[in-house]
Design a protein around this ligand. Structure first.
Ligand code: ADP
Length: 626
C-alpha cells in the first residue's frame, strides 16, 4: 500500500489538486452526461410518439373498412423511419390486423387501448389507441431500435473521457507548478530547520523575501530562533554560574575550618575534612556512623535529647578525639529539607582556645574587679578629700573676695581722686602712672569679681534673688549704664518697641548679662548703631543685642562662650577685657536663669547676641541649684 505520509510536500499538494480536479470533473461530466442522455431519450420518445399518433390516424380507415392490405401499406410508411424495427396494428379485439414485417409469433399486448411509450430491452416501445369519433377501433404498437441512440451516447462518452484526460493532464501540469510555488518556501524553511537541528547552529536564519503568510511564518521562525539563541545564552550562563557556585560551595565545604556533617536517620551521609583537624578522624572513617558515637559517653544521652529538636540548636559539648582525649566543641545543628528528606546539617567548632581564653578572661576579670574595688576605695577617699578641698576653696574665695576687693577699691578710689587732681597737680609723668594704676585696678577688680562669680556658680553657692519687675525698667537701667560709653564712641542706641512685660526672675543677674552684651557691642564696634530687640511669648522672653561692629568669623564662633577666650582682632587691646564675660553670661543664663544664649555673626558685618529665659523662674529648680 502506498504510504501518502512518505510523499514529499510537492507530491502531496499535486495529489490533492488532482484528486479534487478528478472528483469535480467526474461529478461535472456525469451530470452533463446524465442530462444530455436524458434529453436525447426524451427527444427520441417524443418523435416516436408523434410517429405513432400519425400512423394511428392513417390506420383509422384501414380498420373501419377492414382493409388489411391498406393496413400493411400504412405501416410500410414507417420504413422511412430508420430506427423502426417493427410495427403492429391490432383490431378492436386485440387480434393482429397488420404488421410491418412478418413474424411467427406476433406480440400480445396486454395494455391494449392504452397510451404507452417506454424503453425496454434496448428498444423503445410505443402503443397508441386508434380511435375514430370517440370509438376505439384498435391499437398501434411500434418497436423502435435504440441502437443509433446508444451509438451516439457511446461517442459522446468517448468525447468526455478524452476531454477529461486532457483536462487532467493540464491540471497535473498546473498542480505541479502550483505545488512547487507553495512548497518551495516551506521546503526552504524545513531545510533551515533541519540544518538548525543537525548543526545546533543558533545563528542560522531564513531569508525572508515574501510578504505573505509564509513570510510571516519565516519571521516567526526567525524570532523563535532568536529567542532560542537568547534562552540558550542565558541557560549557558546560568549553568556556568551554577557550576561555579557548586565549585565554590565545594571548595568552602572542603576548606571550612568547621567540621560540617550531613546527618540523616542516625547516619552521617557526608562530612568535610574539617573533622580531621578537630577529631583526628578522616571523613571515610566517619561516614556511615552515628554522630553520637563521637560524643563523650557520659553526656551522649543528653546530647541525643538536644539534637532531637528539629529547629536550630546551638550548644556546647565534648567529643572524643581519635587519640582518646576530650575536645570541647560548639555544635550548631539545623534541619534542611532535601528532596522531601529531613537532613540535619551539623557544624562543629573546636572551642578549646575559646574556653582557655574565657578562663583567662575570667581571671583577668577577677583581677580587674579587685583592682576596681581598690580604685573605688581610693576614689572615694580622694572624693572626700576633694570635698574638703572644695569647702576650703569656697572658704578661701569668700575670704579672698573680701580681702582682695577692699584694698582694690581703695586703690581704685584713691587713684581716681588723684587723677581728678584732688591732691594737686601730679605732672604728666605721674598722671600717666596713676591712670595706669587705676585701669589695672579696675581690670583686676572686674577679673576677681568674674572669677568669684564663676566659682560660686560652679560650686552652686550663689544666691538667686528672685523679684518681680517691669522689663522696661530693666532696659532703661541697662541703657543708662552704657550711655556714656556709647556717646564716647559716637554710637547710636536704638530700641525696638516691645510690649509691657513683668518678669519674675533674678533682676541683678539678668542685668549683668544684658550689660555684658551691650558693653561688648560698643567695645567691638568702631561706629554705627546698637539695636536692642525684645520678643515676648507666653512663657519666654528673648533679648537680642545687635551691633554693626567688626563681627566674628565662623570658625571663631564655637570658642566664644569658653573661659578666657578672646578673639584676635585689632580692637582686642584697645577694648580691654578678661575673656570671661561671655563665659559668665552663659553660666548665669543656663545655670541660674534656666535659659539659653546664642550668637549670629559674620566678619565685618556685625553680630547679634541673644538670651532667651523663662518669664517666671522656676523656684523649685532654682532651689536645687543653690
Ligand atoms: P572680653 O572681656 O574679652 O570682652 P568676652 O567673654 O565678653 O570677653 O568676649 C570674648 C570675646 O568675644 C571677645 O574678646 C571678643 O573678641 C569677642 N566678642 C564678644 N562680643 C563681641 C561683639 N559684639 N562683636 C565682636 N566680637 C565680640
Amino acid at each position: 500500500m502506498i504510504k501518502i505520509n512518505r510523499f514529499s510536500l510537492t507530491h502531496k499538494i499535486t495529489l490533492v489538486i488532482l484528486v479534487v480536479t478528478t472528483a469535480v470533473m467526474g461529478l461535472g461530466f456525469n451530470f452533463v452526461m446524465y442530462k444530455d442522455a436524458d434529453a436525447l431519450h426524451q427527444n427520441m420518445l417524443e418523435n416516436a410518439v408523434t410517429t405513432a399518433i400519425t400512423v394511428a390516424g392513417y390506420a383509422v380507415s384501414d380498420l373501419v373498412f377492414n382493409d388489411k392490405q391498406a393496413g400493411r401499406d400504412t405501416l410500410s410508411g414507417l420504413e422511412s423511419v430508420p430506427s423502426t424495427l417493427n410495427a403492429f396494428l391490432y383490431d378492436e379485439q386485440g387480434i393482429l390486423f397488420a404488421s410491418l414485417h412478418e413474424v411467427e409469433l406476433p406480440p400480445v399486448i396486454k395494455e391494449m387501448g392504452k397510451d404507452i411509450a417506454r424503453y425496454q430491452d434496448n428498444q423503445l416501445h410505443v402503443i397508441k389507441p386508434v380511435q375514430h369519433q370517440g370509438r376505439e377501433l384498435g391499437s398501434i404498437y411500434i418497436q423502435f431500435s435504440t441502437q443509433q441512440l446508444d451509438k451516439q451516447m457511446q461517442q459522446y462518452r468517448m468525447f468526455l473521457v478524452f476531454t477529461a484526460i486532457g483536462l487532467l493532464f493540464i491540471s497535473y501540469l498546473l498542480a505541479n507548478f502550483l505545488s512547487r510555488l507553495v512548497s518551495k518556501p516551506i521546503l526552504n524553511l524545513s531545510q533551515v530547520a533541519n540544518e538548525f537541528s543537525r548543526d545546533i547552529n543558533y545563528k542560522i536564519r531564513v531569508n525572508n523575501k515574501t510578504k505573505d503568510e509564509v513570510g510571516d511564518l519565516y519571521d516567526a521562525f526567525n524570532d523563535m530562533l532568536a529567542r532560542i539563541q537568547q534562552d540558550n545564552i542565558k541557560r549557558e550562563n546560568s549553568e556556568q554560574a551554577l557550576a561555579e557556585s557548586k565549585d565554590r560551595l565545594k571548595q568552602f565545604f572542603q576548606a571550612a575550618y568547621e567540621g560540617i556533617f550531613f546527618h540523616e536517620q542516625g547516619k552521617i551521609l557526608d562530612v568535610n575534612p574539617g573533622i580531621t583537624t578537630i577529631a583526628g578522624y578522616s571523613p571515610v572513617e566517619v561516614i556511615g556512623h552515628n554522630l553520637l558515637e563521637f560524643i563523650e559517653p557520659s553526656i551522649r544521652q543528653q546530647v541525643a535529647e538536644t539534637m532531637k529538636d528539629k529547629l536550630n540548636t546551638t550548644f556546647e559539648t565534648q567529643i572524643t578525639h581519635k587519640n582518646g582525649h576530650t575536645v570541647p566543641v560548639e555544635v550548631r545543628a539545623r534541619t534542611v529539607e532535601v528532596d522531601s528528606h529531613d537532613i540535619r546539617v551539623v557544624g562543629i567548632v573546636d572551642i578549646t582556645e575559646r574556653i582557655e581564653a574565657q578562663k583567662k578572661l575570667q581571671q583577668a576579670y577577677d583581677v580587674l574587679e579587685e583592682k576596681v574595688e581598690e580604685r573605688t576605695a581610693d576614689l572615694q577617699a580622694a572624693n572626700i578629700k576633694l570635698k574638703e578641698l572644695d569647702q576650703l576653696k569656697s572658704m578661701f574665695i569668700a575670704s579672698i573676695s573680701h580681702e582682695l576687693r577692699t584694698p582694690l577699691n581703695s586703690i581704685i578710689g584713691f587713684s581716681s581722686m588723684m587723677m581728678r587732681g584732688i591732691y594737686g597737680d601730679l605732672g604728666e609723668k605721674y598722671s600717666d602712672y596713676i591712670s595706669r594704676i587705676n585701669n589695672s585696678g579696675i581690670h583686676l577688680l572686674s577679673l576677681i569679681t568674674d572669677i568669684i562669680d564663676i566659682s560660686k556658680i560652679e560650686s552652686g553657692r550663689i544666691d538667686v534673688e528672685i523679684s518681680e519687675f517691669d522689663v522696661g525698667n530693666l532696659i532703661s537701667e541697662a541703657l543708662e549704664s552704657i550711655r556714656k560709653q556709647a556717646e564716647d564712641k559716637n554710637m547710636n542706641l536704638h530700641i525696638n518697641a516691645f510690649p509691657e512685660t513683668i518678669l519674675h526672675t533674678d533682676r541683678r543677674r539678668l542685668l549683668q548679662c544684658m550689660l555684658n552684651f551691650l558693653s561688648n557691642a560698643i567695645k567691638y564696634s568702631e561706629q554705627g548703631t546698637i539695636t536692642l530687640t525684645l520678643k515676648v511669648s507666653k512663657d519666654e522672653i528673648t533679648f537680642y543685642v545687635e551691633d554693626t561692629g567688626i563681627g566674628i568669623s565662623e570658625e571663631d564662633i564655637p570658642r566664644l562662650f569658653e573661659a578666657f577666650e578672646r578673639i584676635d582682632t585689632h580692637l582686642q587691646v584697645k577694648a580691654g577685657g578678661t575673656g570671661l564675660g561671655l563665659y559668665l553670661t552663659k553660666k548665669i543664663t543656663t545655670e541660674l536663669l534656666q535659659g539659653e544664649v546664642g550668637v549670629k555673626s559674620k566678619t565685618g558685618e556685625g553680630s547679634e547676641f541673644w538670651i532667651r529665659i523663662p518669664k517666671n523662674l522656676n523656684t523649685q529648680k532654682e532651689k536645687t541649684n543653690i
